[in-house]
Design a protein around this ligand. Structure first.
Ligand SMILES: N=c1c2ncn([C@@H]3O[C@H](COP(=O)(O)OP(=O)(O)OP(=O)(O)O)[C@@H](O)[C@H]3O)c2ncn1[C@@H]1O[C@H](COP(=O)(O)O)[C@@H](O)[C@H]1O
Length: 114
């Protein structure tokens, strides 16, 4: 079993919660609340990830990043996207240095460097 399988299985469960009962499913409740509520959770989990990383506790970092990935996947589903779309974008970037990619964009005068 690969990590891609785990993400794809979770994506299928998330998809199946669209229109499900908000009283019996957390994901259905998020969809019921709407996109703004989902995006708010993504923001909260990102902040909690930063705080965990500042604490330096590896277990807490993994826990919070799992929360962040999960809520990001709910956000993707809200826009009818799948983890496969993100994985394809990462695959496209494979082997292309971030510095190289940044240079190809062309740095505006006075612009920042990564
Ligand atoms: N991976 C997850 C998952 N990760 C986190 N959460 C829930 O996300 C909620 C919000 O997390 P928070 O950290 O914000 O917790 P909080 O209770 O708001 O507390 P605070 O941090 O705000 O104090 C919690 O209720 C967690 O249980 C998840 N809920 C569901 N899943 C997956 O989604 C599937 C479908 O879930 P249901 O739709 O509920 O059946 C499950 O089988 C799981 O595989």
């Amino acid at each position: 079993m690969t990590s891609n399988d785990t993400l794809e299985r979770l994506a299928q469960v998330i998809e199946s919660r669209k229109g499900a009962d908000p009283d019996t499913s957390y994901v259905a409740r998020l969809f019921h609340k709407g996109t703004d509520a989902i995006l708010k959770k993504v923001g909260e989990e990102a902040t909690e990830t930063v705080m965990a990383a500042k604490d330096g506790d590896p277990q807490k970092i993994v826990y919070e990043v799992a929360d962040l990935w999960f809520h990001s996947m709910v956000a993707l589903a809200a826009f009818n996207l799948r983890p496969a779309d993100v994985l394809a974008e990462l695959a496209r970037r494979e082997g292309l240095s971030g510095l190289q990619e940044f240079a190809q964009r062309g740095t505006p005068a006075g612009g920042h460097t990564p």
